[in-house]
Design a binder for this molecule. Structure first.
Ligand SMILES: NC(=O)c1ccc[n+]([C@@H]2O[C@H](COP(=O)([O-])OP(=O)(O)OC[C@H]3O[C@@H](n4cnc5c(N)ncnc54)[C@H](O)[C@@H]3O)[C@@H](O)[C@H]2O)c1
Ligand SMILES: O=c1ccn([C@@H]2O[C@H](COP(=O)(O)OP(=O)(O)O[C@H]3O[C@H](CO)[C@H](O)[C@H](O)[C@H]3O)[C@@H](O)[C@H]2O)c(=O)[nH]1
Length: 333
């Protein structure tokens, strides 16, 4: 039996694929390579290039391979973009997710792990954020994840689907010096800051310094991509008990944009010019996770809890591959 990983050529998905293969699992990756990279996909995984919007292509994957579990990473992923282009999220992301869920139900694949998000919580009324914190998505992006979580809830009730919704806070770091984050365009804070350190950009623009936070810049909980991978492996096994669950995934430490820049200066030894610009629509001031539930229930134990460790792994990747996967010679093994 195989695990189907949609978006398995992307940043987080390819890291999880690598860990699945290490654990001896058979893996089929389904990715349209819009953001993903062939050379990020582990050599022992089967890569099917296709689009989730194509229901026939999705069905054909289930007909061709013996799929018993699904990890669904493929998505439009950006809070800011979703404020500009809501239908990419409220239409495309939902349709793609539904095509996948429908095929899973029809082919009796009954374990499903969804990449969900801290953006579900909008402007939270309590910090840190637990799984019980009230949900009020902060953007069309967050809303699309909320809707997919609800669909899974109903498929659990009506079709025996067992699911885990993993609500990541801010994924960061690199899986290794030859396996890291490479988006085009890049919008995430840490890779942009490191591109400035490399001299590929002139400066980092801080999106607002008038938030209600200690230094006025937004605070986020950065979680290493390999720690996210560990959580997926634990969840995949746990779902065999037939019990659906939701978990927050973060370190429980908040760092401001200014603190990220300062830590990157220390890690890289480079100057990293910064200037303050306008706020980015859709950004909440502070997001910090309480991830005690997955620690208690599944024994999740993050190995890269400090921001400096996280940035160091990303820096190793950026220094070795300043043009990303263009200079990676082969698929990871
Ligand atoms: N990066 C973060 O901090 C973060 C935080 C919370 C949640 N998430 C979620 O985690 C998941 C993975 O995020 P990422 O940062 O690795 O993104 P990514 O863009 O690197 O990976 C997404 C992958 O999906 C593929 N894809 C997109 N649309 C597709 C489609 N219609 N059909 C087939 N393939 C398609 C892309 O080519 C890419 O390889 C996403 O669902 C995202 O919303 C990410
Ligand atoms: O050039 C930049 C880029 C980002 N930021 C700031 O840095 C922080 C982090 O921004 P990112 O774009 O790196 O990440 P987001 O917090 O917007 O979103 C990420 O984490 C979310 C969950 O918290 C989502 O799920 C989403 O998929 C994922 O991209 C934000 O306050 C943002 O305003 C800047 O100041 N300048």
């Amino acid at each position: 039996m195989s695990t189907l990983v949609t978006g398995g050529a992307g940043y987080i998905g390819s890291t999880v694929v690598r860990e699945l293969i290490r654990q001896g699992e058979d893996v089929v990756v389904f990715d349209n390579l819009s953001q993903g990279h062939r050379k990020a996909v582990h050599q022992d995984a089967t890569l099917v290039v296709g689009d989730l919007a194509d229901a026939g292509a999705v069905d054909s994957v289930f007909r061709t391979y013996d799929i018993d579990a699904i990890m669904h990473f493929a998505s439009h992923t950006l809070v800011g973009e979703s404020m500009e282009e809501p239908f990419l999220y409220l239409d495309t992301n939902i349709r793609c997710g539904l095509n996948l869920m429908r095929a899973a139900v029809e082919h009796d694949a009954d374990r499903f792990i969804l990449s969900s998000t801290a953006n579900l919580f909008g402007l939270p009324d309590e910090m840190p954020i637990t799984e019980e914190t009230s949900i009020d998505p902060g953007s069309p992006y967050g809303e699309s994840k909320r809707i997919l979580e609800r669909y899974l809830h109903w498929l659990d009730r009506t079709r025996g689907m067992t699911f885990a919704a993993l609500r990541y806070f801010n994924a960061a770091g690199a899986a290794g010096p030859d396996h890291g984050e490479d988006h085009d365009p890049e919008t995430h804070l840490i890779p942009i800051v490191l591109e400035v350190a490399l001299g590929q950009r002139d400066e980092i623009v801080i999106f607002g310094d008038d938030y209600d936070t200690p230094d006025g810049t937004c605070v986020r909980d950065y979680i290493h991509v390999r720690d996210l991978a560990q959580a997926h492996i634990l969840a995949l096994r746990a779902l065999k008990d037939g019990k659906s669950r939701v978990y927050n995934l973060g370190n429980g430490n908040g760092y401001s944009v200014r603190e990220v820049i300062e830590t990157a200066r220390e890690v890289t030894g480079r100057e990293i010019p910064a200037r303050v610009g306008d706020r980015r629509p859709g950004d909440p001031a502070t997001l910090i996770a309480d991830a005690q539930r997955i620690r208690d229930e599944l024994g999740w134990d993050p190995q890269f809890p400090t921001l400096s460790d996280i940035i160091s792994t990303a820096w190793d990747w950026h220094v070795k591959h300043p043009d990303g996967y263009a200079s990676v010679s082969e698929r990871p093994s």
